[in-house]
Ligand binder design. Sequence first.
Ligand code: LER
Ligand code: MN
Length: 283
Amino acid sequence: MSRLHPQEPSPVEPYRLSIVLSTQPAQFQAVAFKGDLAANLAKIAAWDYDGVELAIRDPRLVDAGALCDLLAAHRLAVPAIGTGQAWGEERLSFSDPDPAVRRAAVERVKSHVPLAQRLDAVIIVGLLRGVVQPGVTFAQAWAWVVDALRECCEAAGGQGVRLALEPINRYETPLVNTVAQGLELIDAVATPNLGLLFDTFHANIEEPSIEGSLADAASRLYHVHVADSNRWHPGAGHLDFAAFLAALRATGYTGFVSGEFLPLPDPDTAAQRGLAHLRSLVA
Ligand code: LER
Ligand code: MN
């Protein structure tokens, strides 16, 4: 299957598919691939994914030259860099009451910019925004997140890099659960290089209509995560991915659709079944 240039989506297969790959050990469960980077990239390319989304806790731990060589050897694009491990492993966040922690979170996001620019990847802000901590009001947490995003977006924008804010379900954070709240935050930050990441798993919990909220996100849709209703691979739950892909197409989105799902029944099977299910719907 031929890979597509970003500006030239095929009318037959408008979606390029990627899968989340962690460059370091991580506790977050919905990442199919952790461990041996070279072996995982080889497998993912052999299955005919078009790209990998890299979950990177700290760019200082990544040998960018070796990584780029491997990606080029396997002809894999990197549509996005995930930053949530800095929350999951280190508890860095934009909304921590400790200013030193907020500063470290902002600096961590800024430190992703050179690699993001090199790979032409968006930087994802998921759980790095944090939660509303005890003793902090929602308004205060929101204001800290606005300030942090503005600073990160200004630093990234100078290098032509975009940030994608991910609405996340209420069981993980109260800060931006829906597309509507995400658009409100984007308006408050008021920078041109901040958009949304739409994740079907979170949307299935939070959005009144998955297709309706996709349409609302359209002009600011920078990246997409797919997992089924049970966070297994697409096809393993009850989400209607044919309707989802049709609604996505209607937005004019031509970016990547990135698998972020549980490695079940095992990572290789999940990756292959998820890819096969999505491709069967657009074939
Ligand atoms: C990250 O992309 C995500 O979807 C969150 O559930 C992380 O906790
Ligand atoms: Mn996600």
